[in-house]
Design a protein around this ligand. Structure first.
Ligand code: GTP
Ligand code: ZN
Length: 189
């Protein structure tokens, strides 16, 4: 949550950027832009300095419960090098422990939490696994992220449609090759 004083700071900064690129921040179409951008940053950076993610519920399950896999969870984040969006999908799997699982909708919520800050894709990928470890202490986690980076598409190297893939494995997904293969087959097939 960005407080009022810092919202004002963003507004001033955006006004200065507009002036510096040669625009007139007072022309009709731009007058409200600094305040709008400040509100937008409040949304897209809402996890900066936020308290630890706690919006979840855990439910009991049988000891025999195997892989829980959620595929194609969309996310939007901001690359910390250019402050341009990168976005795509996350596939997450875990092997429950302590006979408990997490409410399903809370996993996309956790991913939103990890996404809404200046990021690099690799760190976001690891953070998703770290948060799940803290909450569930599962026997293993697999996270796979596929994303398009606007800083590589609309500027710079200009490679439209290129996908960046990152992954991170813990516990049994690291030690059990067959389990990792099953995860990869299920997300790719
Ligand atoms: N590893 C990683 N790199 C990223 C990510 N997002 C952006 N980058 C890269 O960060 C790098 C920043 O490099 P610089 O040379 O400082 O910036 P630049 O001059 O704008 O580089 P170009 O994008 O090549 O024009 C670029 O190579 C980007 O592609 C990310 O999530 N992970
Ligand atoms: Zn970038």
């Amino acid at each position: 949550m960005i407080d009022d004083a810092n919202q004002k700071k963003i507004e001033q900064a955006v006004k200065m950027i507009l002036e510096a690129v040669g625009e007139d921040p007072n022309r009709e179409g731009l007058v409200e832009t600094p305040a709008r951008v400040a509100r937008m940053y409040n949304e897209v950076f809402s996890s900066v300095n936020a308290p630890a993610f706690d919006n979840y519920k855990l439910f009991p399950v049988d000891e025999t419960t195997e892989m829980v896999l959620i595929k194609d969870i969309s996310f939007y984040s901001m690359c910390e090098h250019h402050l341009l969006p990168f976005f795509g999908t996350v596939d997450v799997a875990y092997i429950p422990n302590h006979q408990r699982v997490m409410g399903l909708s809370k996993i996309p919520r956790l991913i939103n939490y990890c996404a809404k800050r200046p990021n690099v894709q690799e760190r976001m990928t690891v953070n998703i696994a770290k948060e799940l470890t803290r909450i569930l202490d599962p026997k293993g986690i697999a996270v796979s992220v596929s994303a398009r980076h606007m800083c590589m598409e609309m500027r710079g190297v200009e490679k439209t449609g290129s996908q960046t893939e990152t992954s991170y494995y813990t516990g049994v997904f690291k030690s059990d090759h067959d389990l990792k293969q099953e995860f990869l087959q299920r997300i790719n097939g």
